[in-house]
Design a protein around this ligand. Sequence first.
Ligand SMILES: Cc1cc2nc3c(=O)[nH]c(=O)nc-3n(C[C@H](O)[C@H](O)[C@H](O)COP(=O)(O)OP(=O)(O)OC[C@H]3O[C@@H](n4cnc5c(N)ncnc54)[C@H](O)[C@@H]3O)c2cc1C
Ligand SMILES: NC(=O)c1ccc[n+]([C@@H]2O[C@H](COP(=O)([O-])OP(=O)(O)OC[C@H]3O[C@@H](n4cnc5c(N)ncnc54)[C@H](O)[C@@H]3O)[C@@H](O)[C@H]2O)c1
Length: 498
Amino acid sequence: MEAARPAGTFVVVGGGIAGVTCAEQLAVSFPEEDILLVTASPVIKAVTNFRQVSKVLEEFDVEEQPGTMLESRFPNIKVIESGVKQLKSEDHCIFTEDGREFVYKKVCLCAGAKPKLIYEGNPRVLGIRDTDSAQEFQKELAKARRIMIVGNGGIALELAYEIEGCEVVWAIKDKAIGNTFFDAGAAEFLTSKLMSEKSEAKIAHKRTIYTVEEAKKETRTKSKADYVGSALGPDWHGGLALKGTEEFSHSIHIETRCEVKKIYLEEEFKIMKKKSLAFPKDHHKSVTADKEMWPVYVELTNGKIYGCDFLVSATGVTPNVHPFLHRNNFALGEDGGLRVDDQMRTSLPDIYAAGDICTACWQPSPVWQQMRLWTQARQMGCYAAKCMAAASMGHPIDMDFSFELFAHVTKFFNYKVVLLGKYNAQGLGADHELMLRCTRGQEYVKVVMQNGRMVGAVLIGETDLEETFENLILNQMDLSSYGEELLDPNIDIEDYFD
Ligand SMILES: Cc1cc2nc3c(=O)[nH]c(=O)nc-3n(C[C@H](O)[C@H](O)[C@H](O)COP(=O)(O)OP(=O)(O)OC[C@H]3O[C@@H](n4cnc5c(N)ncnc54)[C@H](O)[C@@H]3O)c2cc1C
Ligand SMILES: NC(=O)c1ccc[n+]([C@@H]2O[C@H](COP(=O)([O-])OP(=O)(O)OC[C@H]3O[C@@H](n4cnc5c(N)ncnc54)[C@H](O)[C@@H]3O)[C@@H](O)[C@H]2O)c1
């Protein structure tokens, strides 16, 4: 006898970009059905002003909104504001913090990720993930004279450029800045901008819009404070004054090829009688001992010790799988995310996952890789909903086109940055060539070539090359005969390949 089809609704867990996009798409696919969006955060993230810049590049704004706004846009979505504390996969149900139980026929887990902090729990170590943690950081920065940033990815890059009025010691494991996005050449291009005084007319670029009044946030209960809110995204710092106590605009010192060896709070440090270093204002002068006392001291693996007001750990994220693991034997990826296949299914029946929580385990296109980014959260959320709908109707669907080519557009140091395909020659071994074009202070163009074909590119500045390069990577045209002309600024490459 055929097993009875489980009753229940479509449920989505998480009110970040992945969850909201998934719920919206389900609401469109099943206008007659109720879609439940269960989220621990008091606000949801909505994608607005979506622009398809080219075939795969997309840009959009993000608004933090109360759940009721989503409900009014999609009358068949119901937002439940409570964290999921348990998932019973065998019974097809979830239990929320406020004591409710919801039975699902299919559920998509979109609970995001948490910052992977070094020295988690130390009161002088901060991480940045959601609006609350960003505001906490801003509050501490407003009292600070010197901070240390540890990590070399997106958050560290943004902070290093944005912070004013505070000395910043930036400690990185690598030899150049921004290792998750750039090679040493691009890093050098950006470092020169970082080290020169920031332009006075700093262009305002605030894209994240916060529409929820402070009052609403203050009504959060203590138990909810244990949950992380949705991750911040493009221009998260646009509305925050990232300023320390001092009057200078920018003061940064980079310590390369080192990690944090140990952290000492002030009292501990005094007893040890070790020496800390003064902030190296002039790189040509020899380093001197610091005469000031600081709330925390950071000893680096290169032997140097710096005192500071606090340390920001911008050291990546871990998928937020913990609330769902109890008695559920999920297959996990190497990075700890829920493994999903090409239909966004986890290893357990009727459970899908999308966004930062999941690890893409399908055979990817040769020029796509997963990165925990805003754009991928939206694409995965949307595609997961389509897969859930297709499975309900009994047929799988083809992989969405957005997974054909990795494409990310962002802004670092006020430059537009476009990353395409294997932009850092990821996984290509020695079997590739790089071509470069660089005009200091203006643009940096790097293409990654393999067997005469373009497989990746980094475009910094207003290069206008993204669409053409995207096409060249997608159509894998043999470009061997063009040689270096490919990057010749005197040739209009768009006309060339028309
Ligand atoms: C400071 C910062 C800057 C960034 N900048 C960029 C950028 O410029 N460009 C870019 O592409 N990406 C950026 N990112 C990354 C991007 O924000 C994330 O990849 C993306 O938002 C992930 O979306 P998500 O929906 O998967 O997860 P999240 O946004 O983390 O949402 C998870 C949701 O699940 C909820 N939740 C958690 N646990 C539970 C539970 N047990 N029960 C119910 N609900 C739960 C949370 O409250 C939240 O609503 C940035 C990230 C940070 C932290
Ligand atoms: N503009 C953007 O696209 C943008 C901006 C900010 C954040 N983000 C995203 O938000 C998420 C969080 O950002 P993030 O900067 O924390 O993560 P990230 O993954 O971008 O970078 C983490 C960095 O920390 C370093 N690191 C890891 N462990 C370390 C340790 N123990 N000691 C020293 N360094 C260590 C890594 O080498 C890496 O440089 C990421 O998914 C990131 O892609 C994107």
